[in-house]
Design a protein around this ligand. Structure first.
Ligand SMILES: [Zn+2]
Length: 309
């Protein structure tokens, strides 16, 4: 079976401004990195339905976003939702493709049409909570996907693993009272958004693994081998969702961690091995951050290569 790669050109239309690091060139770089990996198939990402996105977001929040979206494409008008999170014409479609890709990927994996999947979509999602856009994120795709899996496929336990350099405060906030979803994050601390301390444990379902600036392969691997992966195994998920940010890479301009491409291959292989033995290999990965285009291409390629096994 194949590893699906989900994408849609609508993801290029979200335009936070020419100087913004979270630009459309990111997904182009990712697609260039992963397009020729054997064992993959690229499919168009559908839009999430209203019912799907409301699984993780408040209806008033979504209505406000839809109202604020600038109407027309030339003109480049943008609405600032916070100092670094913007809505342009096309943003709503772009973020709907992100959540839709993740839900579709889950359907494909559960009906046996795909081995696993990677959603090459933007804007990212893990900073958005039920009612707030922040940190470049509008909809929390991992959260929507986890709830979709529970509702549509009768899954009870879902694990979300997040190795983006930033803590996924939105994902944590959405699930901190939900013991049916395990959230494990490795991230740099101190760093935006300022959450992710080890004592933030939710209902016993949150595991934060902060790493100091300058930490690299050894510290990353030992945090996951020593704490993250054993906790994943103990939890026994029926589905693993990965918030795959590549901004902990040595070359990334937003963080000071020093991961290399091989570390992304390593963590992916470890996650897939646990998923293989516990939940039929069901892994759905979603692009989060990653802002050095060359590193993004090579690290996402290492990630997808490991997904193909
Ligand atoms: Zn990030």
């Amino acid at each position: 079976m194949k590893t699906l790669i989900l994408h849609h050109d609508d993801c290029l239309r979200h335009d936070p401004g020419r100087r913004h690091v979270e630009g459309p060139a990111r997904v182009t770089a990712v697609l260039n990195g992963v397009k020729n990996i054997s064992g993959t198939e690229i499919l168009p990402a559908p839009r999430a339905t209203l019912e799907q996105l409301l699984l993780a977001h408040a209806p008033e929040y979504w209505e406000r976003l839809a109202e604020l979206e600038p109407a027309r494409e030339p003109g480049n008008e943008r609405v600032a939702l916070d100092p670094d999170t913007f809505l342009s014409a096309g943003s709503i479609d772009a973020t709907l493709r992100g959540s839709g890709a993740a839900c579709f990927a889950i359907d494909q994996v559960f009906c046996g049409k795909a081995k696993n999947a990677f959603c090459a979509t933007r804007p990212p999602g893990h900073h958005a909570d039920a009612t707030t856009a922040m940190g470049f994120c509008l909809l929390n795709h991992a959260a929507v996907a986890a709830r979709h899996a529970q509702l549509a496929h009768g899954v009870s336990r879902v694990a979300i693993l997040d190795f983006d350099v930033h803590h996924g405060n939105g994902t944590q906030a959405i699930f901190e009272a939900s013991p049916d979803v395990l959230y494990i994050s490795s991230h740099q601390m101190p760093l935006y958004p300022g959450t992710g301390y080890p004592d933030e444990t939710g209902a016993g379902n949150i595991l934060n693994l902060p790493l100091p600036p300058g930490a690299g392969s050894a510290e990353f691997r030992s945090a996951w081998s020593g704490y993250g992966l054993p906790e994943l195994e103990r939890f026994g998920p029926e589905l693993v969702i990965v918030s795959a940010g590549f901004d902990a890479h040595l070359l990334d301009p937003l963080g000071q961690l020093e991961l290399q491409d091989e570390d992304y291959g390593w963590i992916t292989t470890e996650i897939c091995a646990i998923a293989e033995s516990g939940c039929g290999g069901r892994v759905v990965s979603i692009l989060e951050g990653g802002y050095d285009l060359d590193a993004l291409a090579s690290a996402s390629a290492a990630h997808v290569r490991a997904l193909t096994g």
